[in-house]
Design a binder for this molecule. Structure first.
Ligand SMILES: Cc1ncc(COP(=O)(O)O)c(C=O)c1O
Length: 401
């Protein structure tokens, strides 16, 4: 008997050949050492890193590393279970209390990633009589979470509004409120900081509109937490809002909060309780590794004790944005640590990023399918771990492009 051909083989080869031909094939850089303002790449040696989410420089902070080692020694490597069976350890409880305290909300619950947390949130909390209203530029995990919610809970309706367009949001909100069933709930979900633009959601205006229509406001503040606001609480603090004014946060532990991994949902206690009882990622997927929970807990405590880290980040962001703009590049104006330089073509973004690496500066070019076709960009990310001299080197390298 002859073995039938596998159509996938030809499909995969054709895709990879096409990506290589058009200059869009991504190559993964191997980092040989810890994450910091400089990293050691196998192919390029020591380079300045301007593409990590290590916004506060906590990824390799000695106390964060030590907390992880102590956790590993005390609790071992594996949780060996999902949370509701025997996978909940005291460091989970400690981290969740710390996160709730930090954000000023009733409760928090952790996951192995923010992707996982977001996939738990909407499909669990929305019911078939509900509607979800979402910004068109929301992160991919929100988009997929909505797809999952509408397919698992048949009847959930979704409404997408133009990025940061409050008039369009209000009109979609009205439509959504008119579409729900008798006990239906409207959910409005937005990124706090849009990850490819570095722009901010207008949370006070959104809160007002949500209150007018009885809608719950959910904010993914993965790029705002630890970065924005006087004490780094996030986008809401930047807008002088208390944490409790946001019904639910989703967030990551893999960016400013230690640069490890993990995610969380935080906010109203009853929503967290429903997530614990019903969310499929909590019922069917292992707990966050304890060593990561210990490191993340230490990172959040350091941030609470040393808010000057956020001041340093803010100063670096201002200095870098001014330097990049003076060098003749157009950067969307905002106080965030994400400074995207739009170059248009994906292949161009990738080749500019390669040239920067040759100049000792690590900045990634983002193109389709991460951003829409024709809007490829170099995304420069600033950290509190950078010194002025690093930021000057970045600008000099950009000038050489
Ligand atoms: C806005 C936003 N939400 C969620 C995520 C996913 O976070 P995690 O890596 O914890 O899954 C990211 C990461 O890129 C993000 O930028």
């Amino acid at each position: 008997m002859t073995t039938p051909a596998m159509p996938f083989e030809a499909r995969a080869d054709a895709l990879l050949a096409e990506l290589a031909k058009s200059g869009q094939l991504k190559s993964l850089q191997m980092i040989e050492g810890p994450m910091g303002p400089r990293v050691h790449l196998r192919e390029y040696g020591d380079v300045l890193c301007f593409c990590s989410n290590n916004y506060l420089g906590l990824a390799n902070h000695p106390d964060v590393v030590e907390a992880g080692i102590a956790g590993l020694r005390e609790f071992g490597a594996g949780t060996a279970s999902v949370r509701f069976i025997c996978g909940t350890f005291t460091p989970h409880e400690m981290l969740e209390a710390t996160l709730a305290e930090f954000l000023g909300v009733e409760a928090a619950y952790t996951f192995v990633s923010c992707w996982n947390a977001t996939e738990a949130a909407l499909p669990t909390l929305a019911e078939p009589t509900d509607a979800i209203v979402s910004d068109e530029l929301n992160h991919a995990c929100i988009i997929d979470s909505m797809r999952l919610a509408t397919s698992i809970k048949k009847g959930v309706k979704k409404f997408i509004y133009k990025n940061n367009d409050l008039a369009n949001m209000e009109s979609k909100l009205r439509e959504a409120a008119g579409s729900i069933g008798a006990d239906g709930q409207v959910w409005v979900i937005t990124d706090g900081v849009f990850s490819m633009e570095g722009s901010l959601a207008d949370l006070p205006a959104m809160r007002k509109l949500c209150d007018q229509h009885g809608a719950m406001l959910v904010v993914d503040d993965s790029h705002g937490t630890g970065v924005l606001g006087k004490t780094g609480r996030g986008t809401h603090e930047h807008h002088n809002m208390a944490g409790a004014e946001i019904d639910l946060f989703t967030g990551t532990l893999g960016k400013a909060l230690g640069g490890g991994a993990g995610g969380y949902i935080a906010g109203r206690r009853n929503a967290i309780e429903v997530i614990i009882q019903r969310a499929r990622p909590t019922l069917f997927s292992n707990a966050l590794p304890v060593t990561v929970a210990c490191s993340a807990n230490k990172a959040v405590r350091i941030l609470m004790e040393e808010p000057e880290r956020v001041d340093k980040l803010r100063e670096n962001v201002k200095y870098a944005r001014e330097g990049v703009t003076k060098a003749g590049f157009e950067v969307i104006d905002s106080p965030t640590a994400i400074c995207p330089i739009i170059v248009g073509d994906t292949a161009k973004a990738i080749s500019m990023s390669k040239r920067l690496l040759e100049l000792g500066v690590y900045v990634i070019g983002f193109g389709y399918p991460v951003v829409p076709e024709g809007t490829a960009r170099l995304r420069v990310q600033i950290s509190a771990a950078h010194e002025r001299a690093h930021l000057d080197e970045l600008v000099d390298a950009l000038k050489k492009l």
